[in-house]
Design a protein around this ligand. Sequence first.
Ligand SMILES: Cc1cc2nc3c(=O)[nH]c(=O)nc-3n(C[C@H](O)[C@H](O)[C@H](O)COP(=O)(O)OP(=O)(O)OC[C@H]3O[C@@H](n4cnc5c(N)ncnc54)[C@H](O)[C@@H]3O)c2cc1C
Length: 305
Amino acid sequence: MKELTCDIFITGAGAAGMAAALSACHEGADVILAEHDDLPGGILNRCIHQGFGLGYFGEDLTGQEYAARFRDRLRSSDVRLFTGTTVLSVSDDRTALMTSADGLHQVHFSACILASGSTERNLSSIPVAGTRPAGVLTAGCLQGMMNLGGYTETGDHIVILGSGNVGQIMGRQLIRAGKTVIAMIEQEEHPGGLARNHRECIEAYHIPLRLHSTITEIHGTDHISAVTVKDLHSGKTEILKCDTLITALGLIPDRSPAAGLYRNGTFPGWLSLCGNCDTIYDIADSLTAQAEQTGKRVCRSLSRR
Ligand SMILES: Cc1cc2nc3c(=O)[nH]c(=O)nc-3n(C[C@H](O)[C@H](O)[C@H](O)COP(=O)(O)OP(=O)(O)OC[C@H]3O[C@@H](n4cnc5c(N)ncnc54)[C@H](O)[C@@H]3O)c2cc1C
């Protein structure tokens, strides 16, 4: 096993990890940044729509363009970036284990920033009867398949469960790709997400929104054929035929690499969280600002010791 040493070890090179690494490095810290994927950027890499960078760069960029700007900055910085590298664990003795095609590395650090992002809440988080046939997938999974993998073979008649930003953006993308969004199902009285997305996705693309409703059953054996939709006010149900169900049920902070360190409601003082693994952010610009502050604060706390 190879041994490495640094001042600050950062897990995850999405928008948050890249910003935290650059600001800590700018303050003089020796930083190792470890990223599971080959390309730093995280969620940004899946986002081909505009709406990023208005606050930070004063320009309306796609997620991919926003990520590329930070990758350029990383390239011309002294941050030691390890891509294709998964952080397996962060331990009490201020070491982390990470693995890649080069083998196992143990990293010794003074402070650690967790920027491991979020996972998607999936169908298992709500009570839905029926089987789990092909054609049921999360919005983020589909977004990655379409925008990074070039996949276009989704079904043609799509139901989306959840009306937050992610569901709205995928609804618009599917309609632009020639698919029919039969319904967007939302249990609340109002759609979720940003007003801008409501305007530019639901209204502009006439996505049929069913409020105070949920899905109670999935039909189909090998492949999904329909869903049962229940109106939560009247209790009435209706079967909607479809060949694809996209779940967009929200994001949950992912702190799994440091899960063993969470005791009595807190992490040790040398471990900080930033980005979606701290709080779920709708806007990358404000997440970037928070992550930069975290990088700076952690570096300054080391130099005061
Ligand atoms: C569909 C969608 C649309 C959005 N649209 C907009 C928009 O229009 N405008 C806007 O401003 N914001 C938008 N956002 C919000 C913003 O893009 C995200 O909140 C932000 O990019 C998240 O950054 P992050 O670094 O916290 O997490 P992520 O991007 O999830 O990055 C986490 C990184 O950590 C890595 N990682 C995780 N665990 C490990 C491990 N154990 N070892 C190594 N690496 C690990 C992952 O591979 C990933 O690269 C959108 C978000 C989504 C989901």
